[in-house]
Design a protein around this ligand. Sequence first.
Ligand code: 3H9
Length: 706
Amino acid sequence: MSENELVRLERDGDIGVIVVDNPPVNALSPGVPEGIIASLNAANADPAIKAIVLIGAGRSFIAGADIRQFGKGRPRTPLGQRTYDVMDAGTKPIVAAIHGYALGGGLENAMGCHYRIAAHSAKVGLPEVLIGILPGGGGTQRLPRLIGAQKALELIVTGRHVPAPEALTLGIVDAVVPEGGNLRAAAVAMARAKADIRPLPRVRDRNQQVAGLAANPGMFDAMRKSIARKARNQKAPYNCILAVEAACTLPFEQGLAREQELFLELENLPEARALRYAFFAEREVARIPEVTPDIHPRPIASAAVIGAGTMGGGIAMSFADFGIPVKILEASPEAMARGMERIRNNYATSVKRGSLTEAAMAERLALIEPVSTFEAIGQADAVIEAIFEEMGPKKEVFTKLDAVMKEGALLLSNTSALNIDEIASVTKRPQDVAGAHFFSPANVMKLLEVVKGAHTSPTTLASVMKLGRDIGKISVACGNCDGFLANRSRAPFSVETIIMLEEGALPEQIDKVMLDFGYPMGPFAVGDLAGLDIGWASRKRRAAENPNYRKQPISDRLCELGRFGQKTGAGWYRYEKGDRTPYPDPIVADIIREESAKLGNPPHTFTDEEILRRLLFASVNEACKILEENIAYRSSDVDVMWLHGFGFPRYRGGLMHWADTIGVQEVYNQISAWHQRYGSRWAPAQKLRDLAATNTSFRDAKPGRG
Ligand code: 3H9
């Protein structure tokens, strides 16, 4: 037996089987590498053992280094004393037996072994770049030697998970056990078959795979160029490239040392901290106090969607994409025909792009069944209403749902802002009603905002959270209020954007700041893409309903000129035929100047920092109110929503994590100063005051008062 319980050495005849047993995913937590080394030493020293298998207990091989240990200043194991070094120095063949995941340090350990065999369902990869670091356990030196620099570069820079059959084709694993096969038995058999083969095939010795590439630096520059837009402001992807470059230009040992240097440059950068934070925040969302372990989510084997508009169609596709049959209900045959046509076109575009096969498209379309009566959907396990945002018609739909849906069905509304309790009130089963707010395009965007009404039962809440996960979404729960968590926290950002225009800022100036910050597009370019006419119609409706509704004269004037965005060739920008590039337009600048003067706003020069902070601090303040009102379970939930609903740059962690990097005191001081200058819209939330008074980070903020 090895020195601790995290790793044990078992015997299978003349084969030593090293079992890593560190649930849930066999991360390389303190004690695990030490345990592997002790077992390797014991197996190498035991004359009765001819070969060794390294395998994981439970659901996975090894999911990598323990991410919680990064940034803690733990001393690193010196090069030459790591598990891989002990494997390289060993005298007996080692077979890695991979099931579940072999990621990061997991794959690095597998590549330290002499042979690799994987279960059919296993996945392997070096995803370190996704948490802002690089494979620091020799991965950048061994993978190019195993599969060639070009392919290794692609895998290391994207961090993608490779399914076992592809890993076999690439040469990452030597064999795949067919579905239903016994991995451990196959690995032991392989070890026995290889027991006498010498020299031991070490990945580190396969220099022919990287030789000659030193003369081909073009490959690395091409990769740098291809990631330039997506990886802007980030260092990890570039260090990954440098490390693979080192594999091609330096002897193995020197390459390892270079890898180590490049790794250490990254570990404590704000980028790596933010990405680690995001990783754990995404897992934290699943923890909902009222969903106790005795609550069992209801299985969802079939679904229905009410409304075949853009949203309804996208939601139906989300189910079909994950193999769940879905009925789509639309009263008007014309609207249904248009809706189904849109769905077909969306899939056809994916086929054209090569991301979907014709066969998969046919399978998915076959899962979407158009129906025209409520009776036809009565047996669905979950129904999602996705009609237009008006309370009256939504209540009518829920009244009908209450009449036809089977007992225990989830009755969900895709509303983005309306009161879930009022919707639920027309049913006799408000415990089964909740919000399921998808983001557009629903089949693409990852976020599902799950809204809990006053009567939503913990089982319903747990079921909707799981339903989201089952269709590949990140489900985040929140309470019921106008705009819920996502749109309510985003609204002040939008208000501030418009106010800054009225003070003389130009769309291109604001967009550039947000692009530089890391958003894929600025808010005005997004507006032009989405179309400005929808907002215009809603402003006119609201102004008619509410005489105090705050007008948006600049936006209105653009729309009055027929400038609805890209589709009309002009909006906040002008566009040239067949070109989506936004060009700043002097007409817009003139309108801004005129309206700003009419409002009596003195000319104002904006710094980039003012623009960024005014937009984001406005939302931080609102998020504090949301926390205070117990609408959010924790501030990191706000971050997950902003990452997956609004395109917030992941390497900045999320709105609240970013605010923490500035500091709660400074955020409070700035908001207070703007409160003095601009008035009530900047009044600091009580929660923000409290956090500043106690110097508590947003991360540690508890929901509720105080
Ligand atoms: C690395 O290896 C660096 C090396 O190059 C060496 C340098 C010297 N650490 O995601 P799940 C927890 S960097 C700590 O819900 P799934 C996770 O927090 C690492 N904890 O399951 C969760 O905890 P809880 C490279 C980890 O089935 C629980 O396990 N590796 C780690 O949906 C279940 O996780 C990666 O980046 C970890 N490494 O997905 C892989 N992994 O229950 C990161 C998981 O308390 N991991 N946990 O909330 C993943 O991508 C997914 O977890 C995985 C499973 C795909 C493995």
